[in-house]
Design a protein around this ligand. Structure first.
Ligand SMILES: Cc1cc2nc3c(=O)[nH]c(=O)nc-3n(C[C@H](O)[C@H](O)[C@H](O)COP(=O)(O)OP(=O)(O)OC[C@H]3O[C@@H](n4cnc5c(N)ncnc54)[C@H](O)[C@@H]3O)c2cc1C
Length: 400
């Protein structure tokens, strides 16, 4: 089944990158990570520092949904704090925001250690709406953040520094960062300790368990014997023979051709909260990556006709936003699947299938942020340590 369609910009521009072999022998390890997208790569980098880890991917590393991530990495969540209250306490919502800020620091630290080989930049975030109906909600969100110590400014028509119309908005100067998701994934993979235990083009077909542990079979019959399994297969759950881990959506993106003399206020990462919402940012060569127009994914592939309709709508909305630019031309169109939960958090931790099969599935618009912090919760589960993130990420939690 398809989870990505079109020509994703990030892999198209950077496809000539080191490849890893396929597995052609049996292997023993403590932890097997199935899936080498950005989630599997993050888990592999951190866990291989402590454990004996094997990572396998059925295709090329980073060519799944990772290749289409817009990579707006923000501390704010998909929903306003007021919408999250049925699913999380105020303390948990603040914890999720703080987790986002901490993930941004962690990404910065990683880049400082290995060098900036992935177009990383710290960026402010701007959440806005041009609808009069969202004005009160935006003000409430701003008050919530100020009350809880998050630094931000409130903008409206009277002080709007952006080149498009707004009715209300929240600008967080320390709110985010951006990178090329495919190149970041490569940095995680290539700096991991277990270089001889990373395999591409190796599909896992079957998982069996006995009192000795797991025996996992690949498409060509090789076996991997391991104590624990981490499912990092993105939004493809065929290996677990289930359909209902959480709701899945397709989100659509367009990338413009480079625009001359073009930028906006502090090159902020922008999220238009009006329904249907849009998210966008600038790429290093002055292109705009612009996404949204989500549709429910029913597990039956991505429909070509619907995708084309959504790309046209994105192009129209983008041109409407920047009406004084006559030179906006679309260069790339692509879409991919993502998972969504009620509290906007990923599915990270022990699964309902087996306590030794753990899920590592980042969800929502902040998937990558989830993965950067979620890996700490995993390690603490194994070490029987407390970690306040374990509950908000647990795949067994209520109200998914
Ligand atoms: C258009 C779009 C925009 C997005 N924008 C953002 C954003 O701005 N910020 C953000 O944080 N997130 C964003 N996301 C979400 C982000 O892309 C995901 O959270 C992230 O890519 C998930 O990574 P992953 O590694 O779990 O999945 P994937 O990249 O899909 O990787 C899963 C891997 O598992 C492998 N696999 C599957 N089954 C098997 C098997 N049986 N055996 C072996 N390997 C297997 C696949 O080949 C694949 O490579 C966006 C998503 C989309 C689609």
């Amino acid at each position: 089944m398809e989870y990505v369609k079109g020509k994703p910009y990030f892999t198209d521009c950077n496809s000539r990158i080191k490849q890893y072999p396929y597995l052609n022998d049996d292997k023993y390890c403590d932890i097997l990570i199935i899936g080498g997208g950005i989630d599997g790569a993050i888990a592999n980098y951190y866990l291989s520092q402590k454990y004996d880890v094997v990572l396998v991917d059925k295709g090329r590393l980073g060519f799944g949904c990772t290749s289409c991530a817009t990579a707006l990495l923000e501390y704010q969540l998909d929903d306003f704090a007021s919408d999250l209250k049925p699913y999380m306490s105020e303390k948990e919502i603040c914890l999720a925001y703080k987790m986002g800020l901490s993930a941004i620091d962690k990404i910065s630290g990683f880049i400082e250690q290995y060098g900036n080989k992935c177009e990383f930049n710290l960026r402010p975030t701007f959440l806005f709406s041009n609808s009069i109906f969202s004005k009160q909600k935006m003000k409430d969100e701003y008050d919530f953040r100020i009350k809880n110590g998050f630094i931000c400014d409130y903008f409206d028509e009277s002080n709007n520094p952006f080149p498009f119309a707004i009715k209300s908005g929240i600008f967080a100067s320390n709110g985010g960062c951006e990178f090329n998701p495919y190149l970041f994934e490569k940095m995680m993979i290539e700096n991991a300790k277990n270089q001889d235990n990373i395999f591409e083009n190796t599909c896992i077909k079957e998982i069996d368990k006995s009192h000795l542990g797991f025996t996992v079979s690949t498409n060509y019959g090789e076996k991997i014997y391991c104590k624990k399994i981490l499912i990092a297969t993105g939004f493809n759950w065929e290996i677990l023979k289930t359909k209902d881990l959480c709701e899945r959506f397709i989100t659509y993106s367009v990338v413009t051709k480079p625009l001359e003399n073009f930028s906006w206020y502090h090159s902020a990462l922008i999220h238009d909260a009006t329904t249907p919402y849009h998210y966008f940012r600038l790429l290093p060569d002055s292109r705009i990556i612009f996404g949204g127009e989500d549709t429910l994914y029913k597990g039956d592939g991505i429909k070509e006709k619907l995708s084309e309709k959504k790309y046209k709508k994105l192009e129209k909305d983008l041109k409407n936003l920047f009406q004084d630019r006559q030179d906006i031309q679309i260069d790339y169109k692509f879409c991919g699947c993502f998972g969504a939960t009620n509290n906007n958090m990923g599915l990270i931790g022990e699964s309902k299938f087996d306590d030794d099969i753990l899920l590592f599935i980042s969800c929502g618009a902040n998937g990558i942020i989830n993965a950067m912090k979620g890996v700490e919760a995993l390690d603490d589960i194994w070490q029987h340590k407390d970690n306040e993130l374990i509950d908000i990420f647990s795949p067994k939690r209520k109200n998914l």
